[in-house]
Design a protein around this ligand. Structure first.
Ligand SMILES: *[C@@H]1O[C@H](CO)[C@@H](O)[C@H](O)[C@H]1NC(C)=O
Length: 401
């Protein structure tokens, strides 16, 4: 009995002890949970704060980015404006240069020598006055001057960086003079034919009896006119019949000079231009002579009919061409920039300086080696760093007609 009582009492003790134990555990867990809740609350608040800070930061950066973008576009506009201004200033400077240079404007016909029955005789000053009417009616009946460049076509790139090409207005055949001298010429049936051709090897090659010198030849009405310059022999103009394949005439140069006509293209010994008006020869009268001279020749016989000092300087000249009895000299700089017509000389004295255009060629690859005018199409065949380029011109009537 006593043993049973002891057991009961001890069981009751144990029970009460367990109850206390569980109660403690519950309290502990409850406290932990509360602590975790607190922490969660804290983290939640923290992340919310971060989030709103992020939002603020985003807003600020967006604003700054927007401002930067604005500034960038403003800078870009400024740069564009500056580029345009530089371009305009460049043109204005060129123009001012053209206006103030005593030589770079349209020239009055200045006939310095005339071939009379007794040979060459001087005719200056008063004689010029009397010759005027005669010049007017005799030299050229053409009434147009160039007013601008309408369009440019880059046709092809064949041959070496320097060369010349031209189209016979009468036959439409195209002739390519590759390089700066040679004893052959490449013939194509048309501009289209050249454009489609894979290269010069696929042309008809015409072998000449002697070498042409410089990119200054001319082709007109089935005849090829070229400059022949051999060591120890005076420079000659040769007329070659493309149909029969033979030389039909040769003529000595008007002066005994080996000087190149354009200062920027030393290979151009002299430059020929042929059209209905006749055969024109541009040449340098001597090494120390600053100006380009012009001779008018009879295309049939190669007789020299008249000679003029164009008063257009050879210095910085790269090419020239003849339109309607007026010589347009194209200038550039030694480091090639924009080619421009900056000197016009009219044999009829009809292009006055206000009319003479200051004509800019679009900036292209390098500089022109040659520019050949085709009177039927009113376009120029240019050779620029191996590219064959066609410039279409716009014309206007001369004022004093
Ligand atoms: C063109 O001329 C250059 C040298 O001036 C030469 O190297 C080249 O072979 C020529 N091209 C043709 C097709 O004759």
């Amino acid at each position: 009995m006593k043993a049973v009582l002891v057991l009961l009492v001890s069981t009751a003790w144990t029970f009460t002890g367990a109850q206390y134990y569980y109660q403690g555990l519950m309290d502990y867990l409850e406290n932990r949970l509360l602590a975790i809740e607190d922490r969660m609350q804290f983290w939640h608040e923290q992340s919310h704060r971060y989030y709103s800070e992020m939002q603020d930061f985003k807003k600020v950066t967006a604003k700054v980015m927007g401002e930067l973008r604005n500034e960038h576009s403003m800078l870009f506009k400024d740069l564009e404006g500056t580029a345009a201004r530089v371009d305009r200033t460049e043109r204005e400077m060129d123009y001012v240069e053209a206006q103030t240079s005593p030589r770079a404007c349209a020239k009055k016909a200045d006939k310095v020598v005339e071939q009379g029955p007794g040979g060459l005789e001087e005719s200056r000053g008063e004689a010029e006055e009397e010759d005027w009417e005669e010049l007017h009616s005799r030299v050229s009946d053409c009434v147009e001057i160039i007013s601008g460049i309408r369009s440019v076509k880059i046709l092809k790139r064949v041959g070496s960086p320097k060369g010349m090409w031209t189209r016979d207005p009468r036959s439409s055949k195209v002739y390519v003079f590759n390089g700066t001298k040679g004893d052959s010429v490449h013939q194509f049936d048309s501009v289209r034919d050249l454009s489609r051709s894979p290269g010069l090897a696929h042309s008809r090659r015409i072998s000449l009896p002697d070498e042409w010198s410089g990119p200054g030849s001319a082709v007109y009405n089935g005849y090829l006119y070229y400059i022949k310059q051999e060591a120890g022999v005076e420079v000659q103009v040769v007329k070659y019949d493309l149909l029969s394949g033979s030389v039909t005439d040769t003529a000595m140069f008007p002066v005994d000079s080996q000087a190149a006509v354009y200062n920027l293209n030393p290979e151009t010994v002299a430059d020929l231009a042929a059209d209905d008006e006749g055969l024109w020869l541009l040449y340098a009268p001597g090494d120390s002579e600053p100006n380009i001279n012009l001779a008018k020749m009879d295309p049939a016989t190669l007789d020299i009919e008249q000679i003029w000092d164009t008063r257009c300087p050879r210095e910085n000249a790269e090419a020239a061409f003849v339109v309607c009895g007026a010589v347009y000299v194209v200038y550039n700089t030694r480091l090639a920039s924009r080619s421009r017509v900056q000197c016009v000389f009219d044999v009829n004295d009809m292009v006055i300086s206000e009319e003479a255009p200051l004509l800019y060629f679009p900036r292209r690859y390098g500089a022109h080696t040659s520019l050949k005018y085709n009177p039927e199409e009113k376009q120029l065949y240019g050779w620029d760093d191996g590219y064959q380029i066609i410039y279409r011109l716009t014309m206007k009537r001369k004022l004093l007609v």
